[in-house]
Design a binder for this molecule. Structure first.
Ligand code: SPD
Length: 426
């Protein structure tokens, strides 16, 4: 009989593959695998990714727990293998060493709960038996793997199943399609949620229809970004549209969404669409003056390849490429999450289009940090989108197309500006 309740191995894994150390999904799989390899019964797993670097997680096993904290930038993982009973945690150690590609390692083994120091008091176990039987079923363990989109101070976390359908580092960004429990499959670029199966309609209906109905007769439309295809799908619902040119810089976004998010990437075969895999910033610079009725900038957040989509020169080029009466609409960030980017973009648009010609529309996306998001407009002598004349036409369209977010009330209401937003825009 052992003279201790448990055995604790404190492990230092060094020189590990930094990409693995930053990949919450594969770390969860490896930690659960390490437990199972050693014959443990897994009860549940909880893993979180921290932006930009690091993963923490625990696998609770009937024989105690396995825990990890990683520092990808140092290729380092601190791992605890705490076991009791007959389980040999060194089997888990060997398994993880291989999975993480650790070049160096050290381990400190210590006994926990020295019997000589403890006094035993037995409980009445009869009421606990049913629960204990459940725990013994290894197929029933719960996984808690969390994807977190965050800045330094706040975050949005989605629990995902751990399934990763697509994971490619393109020349521009890491493109992933993962599965979340609540919102279905999700496109993430680097560590930011772009769209999900279950709430994509909020964003895609609101980036498209308010501008289309404000204009009233848009025929030639330019979409910059929007590689998932949701924006062009909505624009092409309008029968009067003659041509949509879409310029997406990253082919991996298009490929991944065509394969795994076909309901969003649903209009790529439409003959009115010209799809260019190219730099949208350069495209706008070279565009012929007064060409487009509407320009839509469906870009990512202002880091990485989308940074230039927030610059003065880019919006000046868009202004030039719009016809008189044309409308620009841009992904405008959040007044509660990226206050600086939100207000700077509005300042830029007011400087180019005029003080009264850069209204902001607010809408709700449950899978973006804070949930409150915006589109920002540049009106080149067009009507103000708040003053809609075609309510019946809008509502008939909404009904016919089965829209789930946009309607004429939402159209007008989205241009109402809360006081704290007004203050940000001063
Ligand atoms: N933080 C998310 C910013 C929105 C980026 N665009 C989403 C693309 C959907 N077509």
């Amino acid at each position: 009989m052992s003279n201790a309740l448990g055995n604790h191995i404190l492990v230092e894994f060094m020189g590990c593959d930094p990409h693995i150390m930053n990949d919450v999904s594969s770390i969860e799989r490896d930690m659960v695998g390490a437990a199972q390899k050693a014959g443990a019964t897994v009860i549940n797993s909880t893993f979180h990714h921290f932006s930009p670097y690091g993963v923490s997680g625990v696998v609770v096993i009937q024989e105690s727990h396995l825990a990890i904290h990683t520092w990808p930038e140092y290729g380092y993982a601190a791992v605890d293998l705490f076991t009791c009973g007959e389980m040999d945690a060194w089997i888990s150690f060997d398994y993880l060493k291989e999975c993480f590609g650790a070049k160096q390692y050290s381990a400190l083994e210590m006994k926990r709960g020295a019997i000589q120091l403890l006094t035993r008091t037995d409980f009445d176990l009869s009421s606990m038996r049913e629960k204990a039987t459940e725990w013994r079923n290894p197929e029933m363990y719960t996984r808690n793997v969390w994807f977190t989109d965050k800045d330094e101070d706040q975050a949005l976390s989605l629990r995902f199943t751990g399934e990763v359908f697509y994971d490619v580092q393109s020349p521009f960004q890491r493109v992933r399609i993962m599965e979340s429990y609540k919102y279905g499959k999700m496109l993430a670029l680097d560590d930011m949620v772009m769209t999900t199966e279950k709430d994509e309609f909020h964003y895609h209906e609101m980036i498209s229809h308010p501008a289309m109905f404000t204009h009233g007769n848009a025929k030639n439309i330019l979409v910059i970004g929007g590689g998932d295809g949701g924006t062009v799908r909505e624009i092409l619902r309008h029968e009067g549209v003659e041509k949509v040119t879409m310029v997406e810089i990253d082919d991996e976004v298009i490929k991944s969404c065509k394969e795994f998010l076909p309901n969003i990437a649903a209009a790529f075969d439409n003959p009115k669409l010209e799809l260019l895999v190219d730099d949208g910033i350069a495209f706008a610079k070279n565009a012929a003056p007064e060409t487009y009725d509407i320009i839509i900038v469906d870009g990512s957040d202002p880091v990485g390849p989308a940074e230039g989509l927030f610059s003065v020169s880019f919006y000046q080029n868009c202004y030039n490429a719009l016809k008189p009466g044309g409308i620009l609409i841009a992904q405008g960030e959040s007044p509660k999450f990226n206050e600086k980017a939100f207000s700077e973009l509005n300042f830029t648009l007011r400087g180019i289009f005029g003080q009264e010609n850069a209204p902001v529309s607010l809408f709700f996306v449950p899978t973006y940090p804070t949930g409150m998001w915006s589109f920002q407009y540049g009106l080149k002598d067009s009507d103000h989108p708040k003053k809609i004349k075609n309510v019946e036409e809008i509502d008939a369209f909404v009904e016919a197309k089965g829209l789930r977010y946009y309607n004429s009330d939402v159209h007008t209401g989205s241009f109402a500006t809360p006081n704290f937003v007004k203050a940000l825009l001063k």
